[in-house]
Design a protein around this ligand. Structure first.
Ligand code: NCD
Ligand code: ZN
Ligand code: ZN
Length: 429
């Protein structure tokens, strides 16, 4: 099968380390076929999928079952997160042995109501996860559901009761990032900060990196391209956890992404039906929206605008996630794109984002009507077309494979935390 790619840019397929494909458990919102189809249309060739399904991915059996479902329905490659928390402390190695590609730890409540460990339990979680060599991704927020709902309300300029958290909603995220970094430093765990939404999180992230903590961070298009001035216009469509914040936050995160302090772009693809998402009762809303299909056009639009280069984009969308999650082993034999996971991109293609056109089962997006410049016109996963000429290639369900076979993450070398004291006396770290 050949295709004329003259005039196109061949980029490594995007690796999205933060998607919710809802299968098993909430397949009316999404399943592995529809989620992967959206990925293929978006130039995304590998996804890492979150454990807040039913059952949650917290036992070897649940992991095997999800791998079987994904393996039969997905047209893109995938990694699976296993739940790390107090209730899975007794089986961290067993989850790694069962094929988990990373762990997910919830420092605060979000969709699925999976419990958050105490700081003490989190320390144990990190100790055990470090031995597996797998990275721990963190929902680094301690706001309660109530706090985030009201934070969104107050950002929309409406009256909501404010307590000490709500007055400064980002403080909870800053504290969570700092605490996670200290526990990672103590235990040698590799960690990843999910959905960075405030510029306040950048300082503890940068400081931890400077101390030698193996920590990476992601942000999502909504935190770069939307801010509190969009609440009134978008109403319920903008609801997401953590909430979209101020202009100063999006500007700070963009600068940090260009500088590499925020390592990568992920989407937090979080499909819900419009009815679930737009429920008028603010206490009863499912937060988030689909993103895996729109990330590349949105991000390429900023390449066209000169905000960052195409090489910067490749680093954020493929290089950094591959390195961070062990898909880019040190020998240099395997690099992003080397499996012919490729997005063939037309950098000048103009499109308009329409929820009705999305391949996700969740047809609602805060980017409705947004005009984009640049899109993946073909997507190849391990040399096979899964998307061609902006159309899904039929019959590719089940082409996707779990990435376990290419993942190489040795357990990190133990760190001597005492060395940190040298900082206090001005010595070398
Ligand atoms: C996510 C979901 O719906 O699974 N929702 C969201 O608003 N981001 C959960 C999460 O990532 O916290
Ligand atoms: Zn989250
Ligand atoms: Zn998420």
């Amino acid at each position: 099968e050949t295709v004329d790619v003259s005039g196109l840019h061949l980029l490594p397929g995007a690796i999205d380390v933060h998607v919710h494909f809802r299968d098993p458990g909430y397949t009316h919102k999404e399943d592995w076929e529809s989620g992967a189809a959206a990925a293929a249309m978006g130039g995304v060739t590998t996804v890492f999928e979150m454990p807040n399904t039913v059952p949650s991915t917290s036992t070897p059996e649940a992991l095997f079952d999800k791998a079987t479902i994904a393996g039969s329905k997905s047209c893109v490659d995938f990694g699976l997160y296993a739940l790390l928390g107090e209730e899975t402390l007794d089986r961290v190695q067993a989850l790694a042995d069962a094929g988990a590609n990373a762990f997910k730890l919830y420092m605060g409540n979000t969709f699925g109501n999976l419990p958050s460990p105490s700081t003490g339990a989190m320390l144990e979680c990190f100790e055990k996860a470090a031995l597996t060599g797998l990275r721990v991704s963190l929902h680094a927020e301690t706001a309660s559901i109530m706090a985030r709902r009201e934070a969104a309300l107050s950002a929309a300029g409406r009256t909501a009761p404010l307590d000490h958290i709500l007055a400064r909603p980002e403080v909870v995220a800053i504290e969570a990032v700092a605490r996670a970094a200290i526990l990672a430093e103590w235990t040698g765990a590799r960690i990843h900060i999910l959905h960075i939404s405030s510029s306040g999180e950048l300082r503890p992230l940068a400081e931890a990196k400077a101390r030698g903590v193996d920590v990476t961070g992601e942000t999502c298009p909504c935190y770069l391209f939307l801010d509190s001035s969009d609440y009134e216009r978008l109403q319920g469509a903008i609801r997401v956890n953590p909430p979209v914040r101020e202009k100063k936050d999006s500007l700070g995160i963009l600068a940090a992404l260009k500088a590499g302090v925020v390592d990568m772009i992920a989407t937090d693809h979080a499909p819900h039906t419009p009815e679930e998402k737009l429920r008028p009762n603010i206490w009863d809303v499912d937060c988030g929206f689909p993103g895996v299909e729109t990330q590349m056009p949105l991000m390429l639009t900023r390449v066209a605008a000169g905000d960052y280069s195409i090489m910067d984009y490749v680093r954020m969308s493929a290089g950094a996630p591959a390195r961070s999650f062990g898909l880019w082993p040190t020998k240099g034999r395997i690099a992003p794109g080397a499996h012919a996971d490729i997005a063939c991109v037309d950098l000048s293609r103009r499109e308009t984002i329409r929820a009705a056109d999305l391949h996700s089962r969740s047809r609602i997006t805060p980017f409705e009507g947004t005009e984009t410049v640049g899109a993946p016109v073909h997507t190849l996963v391990r040399g096979a077309f899964v998307q061609r000429d902006r159309k899904l290639v039929p019959g590719m369900q089940g082409h996707g494979r779990q990435v376990t076979d290419i993942q190489r993450m040795p357990a990190p070398a133990p760190r001597n935390v005492e060395l940190s004291l040298a900082h206090l006396t001005g010595g070398a770290p």
